[in-house]
Write a protein that binds this ligand. Structure first.
Ligand code: SF4
Length: 352
């Protein structure tokens, strides 16, 4: 059978209701990624080991915030419960019910665990000595704010407030990135839009090395980031309404963590090659099926064009794969160019 790039789906996105920082950031790098993620027909499971540790840290802080203040033993127990839950959720989201790697092997796991527990047991007054001792302090983790006057939403990792002062902390499990400063400034502008007051202090905490980096409150830049986000939302919504194809901007950095690579014609046509054998995206046609865990396939698009490849997959997928049909698969392992292996977080789309 012949494969054409027209066989790959063209996203038909819904409009963006309220723009968040992550959607704005993705719009700045590649609007087509946002279009894919806003198309309900195309929503597929997608997770990486990096998103698992990030989700775990967020979920723990949310639960710890509900139970604040917590003793150290209770906090450790809570962390382990939330980690078990994260594994269960990952299995549910996995297309084949396959378990993720052990949590202890997730990136920065032990530092993130330790730092999260330390944060959860610290008394609010110790968090920030600048608060007046007599003033009631409210500590909120994972706080959603959505000003009524503009279509924007923000989830703050840590918001500390008294009657008249607010402070925003952004907690990061991964490595440092200049963009984190813009993120916190964006949050400060959203908070100002909601409450009418700018926060008095901003900072970013990196769990891996326990550093706490203060961020200067640049109100002009913060306001500009917010208005750029609102403008980007408006442009995206106008484009999706017009039915015109949404712009794509393929590049190694934009596409590296994009879960839509396997079904993205712009990615395949760009000729970008996956950096590692753990991250391949190919379109395959099933030629013949072997036992319940392998098939012979032709690779018709992607990092390697090749006939008679062996594709290995979990047995749960056997019923789903049909001889003669075309599938886009991503997050696969390619071993020396001879075998394609689907793993716990691989992506699979049935195309034709
Ligand atoms: S694969 Fe690359 S070009 Fe395609 S949607 Fe994702 S980021 Fe954009």
């Amino acid at each position: 059978m012949t494969f054409s790039f027209d066989d790959l789906p063209r996203p038909q996105p819904d409009e963006i209701q309220n723009i968040s920082w992550s959607v704005f950031r993705n719009l700045r790098s590649c609007p087509k990624q946002v279009a894919f993620s806003n198309d309900d027909q195309l929503k597929r499971f997608g997770q990486s080991v990096y998103s698992l540790i990030g989700n775990l840290a967020h979920d723990f802080r949310e639960s710890a915030g509900d139970r604040f203040p917590l003793g150290k033993i209770d906090a450790e127990q809570l962390w382990d419960e939330v980690a078990e839950n994260e594994v269960r959720n990952a299995i549910t989201r996995s297309f084949a019910g396959s378990p993720p790697p052990e949590p202890s092997s997730w990136p920065n796991y032990s530092q993130t665990r330790q730092r999260s527990i330390d944060l959860a047991v610290v008394e609010p007054s110790d968090r920030d000595a600048t608060f007046d001792s007599g003033t009631p302090v409210k500590v909120e983790f994972e706080k959603w704010i959505a000003p009524r006057c503009i279509p924007v939403v923000a989830r703050l990792d840590l918001l500390i407030t008294t009657d008249d002062v607010a402070k925003i902390g952004e907690l990061k499990a991964g490595k440092r990135d200049e963009e984190h400063v813009d993120q916190v400034l964006f949050y400060s502008a959203v908070l100002e839009a909601e409450s009418g007051n700018w926060p008095s202090r901003l900072w970013i905490e990196y769990m891996s090395d326990k550093s706490k980096i203060p961020v200067r409150l640049d109100k002009e830049k913060a306001s500009m980031l917010l208005s750029d986000a609102l403008e980007a939302r408006q442009e995206f919504n106008a484009d999706s309404k017009s039915g015109e194809p949404v712009a794509a901007d393929p590049s190694p950095s934009n596409c590296k963590y994009c879960p839509y690579k396997p079904i993205c014609s712009a990615y395949h046509l760009s000729g970008i090659v996956a950096e590692s054998r753990y991250d391949e995206s190919v379109v395959v046609v099933i030629k013949t099926k072997g036992n319940s865990t392998s098939s012979v396939v032709d690779v018709v698009a992607g990092d390697r064009f090749k006939t008679d490849h062996v594709m290995i997959y979990p047995p749960e997928l056997d019923e789903f794969l049909e001889v003669g049909s075309t599938y886009a698969v991503g997050n696969t392992i390619g071993s020396d160019g001879e075998v394609i292996e689907l793993k716990w977080n691989s992506l699979v789309w049935h195309l034709t």
